[in-house]
Design a protein around this ligand. Structure first.
Ligand code: TYD
Length: 212
């Protein structure tokens, strides 16, 4: 079972995916938590380049190719081997982020994103939790986090984009949920972490029922 968590900046993905892993492990399941960009050593180097706030211009296609390089390495080195060994794999962002950010928000036609993805043999997750939040609220949360942590601030490239950019990201995610209703489940990300996790837990129980 391969489950991804997606959402706009500040939607609380990282917190919720950690809770999901703890919950599944407590249920006795073998479960790994990984993320993009940066799920491998090579990917960590790419993450630094991708999220740096250097301000230098990048063509959307260059950005797309770097995210795909990160994903391909991640898939071969981490995700596919773990799935073969029977682990539940939880990934903090994956292919829908590329569709939303490099496709919808940066403007690369979706048909081209899909074409290159197919060429690389990038698999789809079994299930996706979309933490849906008003991007204005998400950006406020994310910028507060960046103000409190220099490590987070150094990765602020996307938080620096304007609200319109983040609105396109959110709209795209919601559109994908309509396009793939069997896979993508929208979870309201407003509220306390406990409230949000209480919306996620029943989905995990449904997708991974207790053995026996
Ligand atoms: P992430 O580590 O999830 O940051 P945050 O916790 O601040 O949301 O993701 C890093 C950034 O990378 C995020 O702004 C979205 C962007 N991104 C893309 O643009 N395309 C992609 O394919 C992926 C995986 C991420």
């Amino acid at each position: 079972m391969f489950i991804t968590f997606e959402g706009v900046e500040g939607s609380g993905k990282s917190l919720q995916i950690n809770r999901a892993q703890a919950y599944l492990q407590q249920r006795g399941l073998k479960c790994i938590l990984t993320r993009e960009p940066g799920g491998t050593d090579f990917g960590l180097a790419l993450r630094k380049v991708l999220l740096d706030t250097d301000g230098c211009h990048r063509e959307p296609w260059c950005e797309l190719l770097l995210y795909l390089a990160d994903r391909y390495q991640h898939l071969k080195e981490v995700i596919e081997p773990a799935l073969r060994r029977g682990f539940v794999v939880l990934s903090d962002r994956y292919q829908d982020a590329t569709r939303a950010y490099q496709g919808a928000a940066r403007g690369i036609p979706m048909s081209e994103v899909e074409k290159i993805t197919r060429l690389l043999g990038i698999i789809e997750p079994d299930k996706t939790i979309l933490l849906d939040l008003d991007p204005e609220e998400g950006l406020t949360r994310a910028r507060m986090r960046n103000a409190a942590s220099s490590a987070a601030a150094a990765e602020g490239r996307f938080e620096a984009e304007d609200l319109e950019f983040h609105r396109r990201v959110r709209e795209a995610y919601l559109m994908f949920a309509g396009q793939w209703p069997q896979r993508i489940h929208i979870v309201d990300a407003a509220g306390t972490p406990d409230e949000v996790f209480s919306r996620i837990k029943p989905l995990l129980d449904l997708w991974i029922p207790a053995a026996g």
